[in-house]
Design a protein around this ligand. Structure first.
Ligand SMILES: O=C(O)c1cc(=O)[nH]c(=O)n1[C@@H]1O[C@H](COP(=O)(O)O)[C@@H](O)[C@H]1O
Length: 232
């Protein structure tokens, strides 16, 4: 993301909420404090895709977090369909076949992000899933493959941002969940950093869900996260 861009765009709010009404309420409470929203499975399967298209038409940036992964033809055509929803970002898992298919299906204006290793995984979780490499190495390898294939950006933890930047160069996007303001509950996230640490590590966008969706004053939390990244 260019340094001159709107600093609020660095924060992507994850609308992990039960229904469109709850999402609309949060978007309205956040007002101009948030410019960029992520719609994941929970909301997507509850009317969230139409809502995402409406949000995009209303001038907000949207991120469809569908984490696609299937045979190439299904991914390619799925990405082609999703391209019509006016989103800025769409996620796929960072498997080479899947990434190549997503690039083939990508419509104008849509950027594909490759999810390397989920931020809820540590080395033991990767080993349990059958991977021989530690998480940091697996992230680096997948980032390198994503760059070769022509993927627009990488989803990883901010702890890997430096290694990923070395592999994708200055124009690739680094998008990092697993973000917690100091003192916030990590919950199921295992590779966690603060917004300021993430920004200092060179990320383009942070993704934040529960610290905002569960806050008494979500607008104040969102504003503090943006300010913390500005100061980093
Ligand atoms: O693709 C993602 O957005 C994602 C990738 C990842 O590795 N880890 C991760 O937490 N996410 C998403 O980022 C959001 C994080 O939410 P919180 O943990 O509530 O801040 C959730 O919507 C996750 O689905």
């Amino acid at each position: 993301m260019p340094e001159s861009a709107d600093p609020r765009d660095r924060l992507i709010v994850a609308l992990d909420l039960p229904d469109v009404e709850a999402a609309e309420r949060l978007v309205s409470r956040l007002g101009d404090a948030a410019t960029f929203y992520k719609i994941g499975y929970r909301l997507a399967y509850a009317g969230g895709l139409d809502f995402a298209a409406r949000l995009a038409k209303s001038g907000k940036k949207t991120f469809l977090d569908l984490k696609l992964h299937d045979i190439g033809n299904t991914v390619e055509e799925g990405v082609r369909s999703a391209s019509a929803l006016g989103a800025t970002f769409l996620t796929v898992h960072a498997y080479p076949q899947t990434m190549r298919a997503a690039v083939r299906g990508r419509g104008p204006g849509l950027k594909i992000l490759a999810v390397t290793v989920l931020t809820s995984y540590d080395d033991a979780d990767a080993a349990e899933a059958g991977y021989a490499l530690p998480v940091a190495d697996l992230v680096a390898r997948r980032a390198e493959q994503a760059a070769e294939i022509g993927i627009d950006g990488i989803v990883c933890s901010a702890a890997e941002a430096g290694a990923v930047r070395d592999r994708i160069g200055p124009s690739g996007l680094i998008v990092t969940p697993g973000i917690r303001p100091a003192g916030a509950e990590a919950s199921d996230q295992k590779r966690v950093m603060t917004p300021g640490q993430a920004r200092a590590a060179g990320i383009d966008h942070v993704v934040v869900g529960r610290p905002i969706t569960g806050a008494d004053d979500p607008r104040a939390v969102a504003q503090r996260i943006v300010a913390e990244m500005e100061d980093a």
